[in-house]
Design a protein around this ligand. Structure first.
Ligand code: ZN
Length: 222
């Protein structure tokens, strides 16, 4: 198999993953070493750099990243192991050819929102300025993020995500697990994750407020 990328591309991808991991780590978005991140190197045939299983994303280095193919297998000998969830990254790249990076985090608010709205199969967000971060510019725009069950069988979970994803909306939520979000490059994917997380915080606090909850000062300041 011949891949159309070189060593410089791999270094750029590894550094890009380290940079985005640092940004997310500062926000506490990798509890208990969870989460995984990838950047595409080649579409045909598919290859992408991905964080290795079990590595501490809060202290990620370029040595914690391996390159895998469309079957989530390392393309060269390495002691690093791709996480089982790497299959989901591959599924996103296959279903959304324009995706250049895919980022997965388990956060408190994406878990809460995924559970509260699970029965509807999606969560709707409307009229929030940060929807523009997804490159959707119409006034009072509405978006719906699909939510899938958190199957323990990862190939089944990957297929389900592939089936429900809406190419116009760069994310899928997994119930009580986390978000997968993607973008044309790692900068866009990072912007999308940040926008979704902010909107999930907003929605949860708004729902709590509407139901008479007293919003703690530290959360109200987010
Ligand atoms: Zn996960």
């Amino acid at each position: 198999m011949t891949y159309a990328f070189n060593q410089e591309d791999r270094i750029r991808v590894a550094q890009g993953l380290v940079d985005v991991a640092k940004n997310f780590a500062e926000k506490g978005w990798f509890p208990a070493t969870s989460g995984n991140l990838s950047i595409k190197l080649s579409g045909e045939p598919l290859a992408f750099g991905v964080t290795a299983s079990g590595k501490d994303k809060e202290n990620l280095t370029v040595h914690d990243i391996l390159v895998v193919d469309g079957n989530s297998k390392a393309i060269e000998p390495t002691t690093l192991k791709p996480s089982a969830e790497t299959l989901i990254h591959a599924e996103v790249y296959k279903r959304v050819p324009e995706a250049g990076a895919c980022l997965h985090v388990h956060t408190l608010y994406n878990n809460l929102i995924s559970d509260i709205f699970f029965e509807q199969g999606k969560v709707r967000l409307q009229g929030i300025e940060l929807i523009k971060a997804l490159n959707i510019w119409e006034e009072n725009a509405a978006i719906e993020i699909p939510i899938v069950e958190n199957y323990a069988d990862i190939p089944k979970l990957a297929a389900e995500i592939g089936d429900v994803l809406d190419p116009r909306i760069p994310a899928v939520l997994i119930r009580n697990h986390g978000i997968y979000a993607w973008g044309a490059d790692v900068f866009a994917a990072k912007r999308h994750v940040q926008a979704f997380e902010w909107m999930f915080n907003y929605l949860f606090l708004k729902l709590s407020y509407q139901r008479g909850a007293t919003v703690p000062v530290e959360l109200a300041a987010l």
